[in-house]
Design a protein around this ligand. Structure first.
Ligand code: ADP
Length: 507
């Protein structure tokens, strides 16, 4: 196969529900910003379209202004005006859509978790395409993400390409196959999609329920490029256990499906320049890391008598996927082993949030354990910097960013071998992996024994081989988790898809 030359100046538009740091729930937000920044640096024109949420971090949007230009889009058979705002986030041009719709779709004080999420995001997907059409934009790539903007793929081919917005190839990235956004088929009509045409087994019909539609399935079927966020997860979702009902669809479309490991934004996550830290540090100056550990222990009211007491932490959404029972177990096991434990997390599920609030209360004044049950980016940075070890005991994990951020800050990951963790954390004792890639402690089974073994090995190593531990810390800090190599893989996919379309048009 001849190698396709990378097109130098592509015009790429991301349509997404999240963007770090202004509207972030999890990894999706980091990916949109990190990938876009890197593609922009490589000479492409990258724009992002987001909903104008009331709860964004407005102080991190520069030059935000409303355009004169109002875009009308159709929903439930009526026309609604949308106010369009533009601003700069992390150096990237962002369009914000504010629907002038009586349901106040993005004026809810939160990003997701509303009973009408299907309406909110199918509305947004359509309005975003309408904006591109009305503004006369001619993107080469429209890149949509997760079920919230998966509607873009069928809407583009069914409604917008015929109206003249036809310059683009559609790329869809699924960041987590657990969230598919299914709904009764009739709901799809609101945004203008044809229920009769699309509620079919080879199109958008959910594979387990004939009267429901599945936006993620629709995007897999209707996009030119489909990606997920790590090679191992791409394999896992092709199996019945991993695919959450979509494995047959993914297998049918396997030619256009690929797993690309996410990177992290190494500019935004950099202990040598992180102003939220007590003191900046680097792999060649680890005293600063010790100072951050001491400062955080004081700040949280933990004992700081022994600087060599191992500090284990975990930063996560508390959802079953993340192995909440193992996280809870790790708190107690760490204590038994004589370490300290910090959990920063919050849960959209009230029973889990309440359970952890109970545990938090139990340890409220404890010398060695602290649970902080909220979302707090600046605290997360201090924790990444202060920790010696970082646990990620996920049941499944499409990519996972926390293990990479932890390493960048010199915290050694203890991770379950699944999904993207399997592509980024390699056990220090695994002889099948070249020495230079080994960077942490892994375990195969998602049970307490598995986690215990890995945790104990980490504690032994930390205590018995301090010099080797410090070398490990330096090594993981120097590993390259930047977006460079992943962005170049996206660049190649984009270019190939564009080249295919052009050669098709010529013949
Ligand atoms: P997911 O997307 O499944 O939530 P990832 O590991 O891909 O998991 O991304 C998680 C991101 O969210 C990381 O940047 C992590 O630092 C951040 N994060 C998760 N929980 C919190 C929290 N409670 N406070 C601050 N940041 C958090």
């Amino acid at each position: 196969i001849s190698k396709v030359p990378i097109s130098p100046g592509l015009y790429i538009v991301h349509i997404a529900a999240e963007m770090a740091p202004i509207a972030k729930v999890g990894g999706l937000g980091d990916v949109v910003t990190g990938l876009s920044k890197t593609l922009q640096k490589r000479g492409h024109l990258v724009e992002i379209i987001l909903p104008k949420y009331d709860c964004m971090q407005y102080d991190r949007i520069h030059d935000l202004k409303a355009l004169d230009f109002v875009v009308e889009s159709s929903f439930d058979g009526k026309q609604f005006k949308n106010k369009i705002w533009v601003g700069t986030v992390e150096g990237l041009p962002v369009y914000f859509i504010e629907p002038l719709h009586p349901s106040n779709f993005f004026w809810r004080g939160k990003f997701y978790g509303e009973p009408d999420d299907f309406k909110r995001f199918s509305y947004f997907s359509r309005a975003a395409l309408e904006l591109l059409l009305r503004a006369g934009k001619k993107p080469d790539i429209i890149h949509c993400h997760d079920w919230q903007t998966a509607f873009v793929a069928p809407l583009y081919w069914d409604l917008y390409a015929p109206r003249g917005l036809n310059s683009a190839r559609i790329c869809f990235t699924c960041h987590n196959f657990e969230y598919q956004g299914t709904a009764p088929a009739s709901e799809m009509a609101s945004c203008g999609l044809d229920v009769q045409q699309l509620n079919r087994p080879d199109r958008m019909q959910d594979n387990t329920s004939r009267d429901r539609v599945n936006p993620v399935k629709g995007a897999v079927v209707f996009s030119n490029i489909v990606t997920t966020v790590s090679p191992t997860y791409a394999q896992e979702v092709r199996t019945a256990e991993g695919g959450k009902g979509l494995h047959t669809t993914v297998n049918l479309h396997s030619k256009k499906f690929v797993g690309i490991l996410n990177g992290i934004d190494t500019g935004a996550w950099n202990p040598a320049a992180d102003t939220f830290l007590e003191i900046q540090y680097s792999a060649t100056d680890l005293l600063g890391k010790a100072e951050n550990k001491s400062a955080l222990r004081k700040q949280l009211g933990l004992s700081h008598a022994n600087p060599r007491q191992p500090l284990v932490s975990c930063i996560t959404r508390l959802v079953p996927q993340k192995g909440v029972h193992l996280i809870r177990h790790a708190i107690y096991r760490t204590m038994e082993l004589g370490g300290q434990f910090i959990l920063l997390g919050s849960s959209p599920l009230s029973h889990i949030q309440e359970e952890f609030e109970g545990i938090a209360k139990q340890f409220e004044h404890h010398d060695h354990v602290r649970l902080i049950l909220k979302y707090d980016e600046s605290l997360s940075r201090c924790i990444y910097a202060a920790s010696d070890m970082f646990i990620v005991p996920s049941i499944f994990e499409p990519c996972g960013l926390t293990q990479m951020i932890a390493m960048r800050y010199g915290s050694i990951p203890i991770a379950r071998k699944t999904g993207g963790l399997n592509d980024s954390v390699f056990d220090i004792n695994d002889d099948t992996i070249p020495l230079q890639f080994r960077n942490g402690f892994t375990f195969a089974n998602a049970d307490e024994q598995g986690l215990n073994r890995a945790l104990e090995r980490a504690f032994n190593h930390y205590r018995s081989h301090p010099v080797s531990w410090q070398e490990l810390v330096q090594k993981v800090m120097n590993l390259d988790f930047s977006w460079d190599s992943s962005a170049s893989q996206y660049e190649e996919l984009y270019s190939k898809s564009i080249a295919r379309a052009r050669s098709f048009h010529r013949t």
